[in-house]
Design a protein around this ligand. Sequence first.
Ligand code: FIX
Ligand code: ZN
Length: 421
Amino acid sequence: MKTILAEAGRVPVARQIEDIVMSTPVVDIHTHLYDPAFKELLLWGIDELLVYHYLVAESFRYLDLPYERFWSLSKTQQAELIWDALFVHHSPISESCRGVLTALHLLGLDVKKRDLPALRKWFASQRADNHLTRCLELAGAQRIYMTNSPFDDAERPLWEKGFRRDERFVAALRIDPLLLSWPETAPRLAGWGYEVDGAAPTQRTFDEVRRFLAEWTLRLDAPYIMVSLPADFEFPAKNITTQLIEKALLPHCREHGLPLALMPGVRRAVNPQLKLAGDGSGLSNLEGLQNLQSGYPENKFMATVLARENQHELCVLARKFRNLHVFGCWWFTNVPYLIDEMTRLRIELLGLSFTPQHSDARVLDQIVYKWPHSRRIIAQVLIDKYSALAQTGWQVKRAEIERDVKDLFGGAFERFCECQG
Ligand code: FIX
Ligand code: ZN
């Protein structure tokens, strides 16, 4: 095995680390993309890129038309307004705008022409299946985890009917309405044949919720269950959410060996007029998470938190509880400045036992930029860290760097999912 003399400042070593990080396949453990069997639910193309809710929010920094007028327009018209506001009248310097340009550039398009009709023409000439393969290759993504909700009327029918799975896509079971909107969800469960009592839930109700979770876990072949949580989430609390977690969700996860992914820190609809773009971020009290990890050592948890101010506390929690796997730079933290900060913090406190990034892509082409952007930052952090090791006389071998990067890019996560808790 070749030994790398990782002396600080030696360019070949830095280049090797960078090459490994840029080329190691990633497992993208949380996205909003869909198996191609879901047809139009798998979004792609320039107009979808432009109307991504990150760009909608940014365009309203400049637009002065009423929100309702914007929403009354067709997708094409919305995309044109956003293009003009963010790319023509101002330089596209934000991370989301730069991302669109990186994706186009890596797909081989000439961005400097600023020619939206030509971009549209190019996308219109692509075949969906080829484009999917190309995007996965450009991102270096070997597996894409989806977000699949039985409560979503657009996707539920196909799951119920059954379809031939694309093995590049994995389904994660998403259950926000179950935990966060019980009064509306209980009648839906009842309508689907589960004997639940929304107003006065008994053990029978919780058993039926378990039956629902078991059926959907099986149907999706889900390796984990996921929920986003408001910034003011507390556990335990005297409410139905705590009861559902304790009496249905955690026993179900234990029985099936599934991690429960928790994503605290969202403030949904702080500006409802922005629709999907109107969610905000809030500081969480992570005591609720701590109570879950300490109270249920036989359950496995994953967590990503939205507030920058919660990141350090989350790392400390993970140092105390090995049943917690930290992942991703989520949403508003998925900007280079914070990816750099969070990745350094996590490596310094957790070594390699976490997953630094997921894409959260909603549009297929986004993986083409989100991954290279993150890979560059992760590479620089690792160059600094291996160089610091070299100063102690520790020599890192190429195979060891490859092993470490594989772990960061999904290896540690998939082992965590498989272990018995
Ligand atoms: O709850 C989530 O999974 C969030 O990631 C999304 O709902 C959010 O809208 C998003 O796209 C963030 O990147
Ligand atoms: Zn998401």
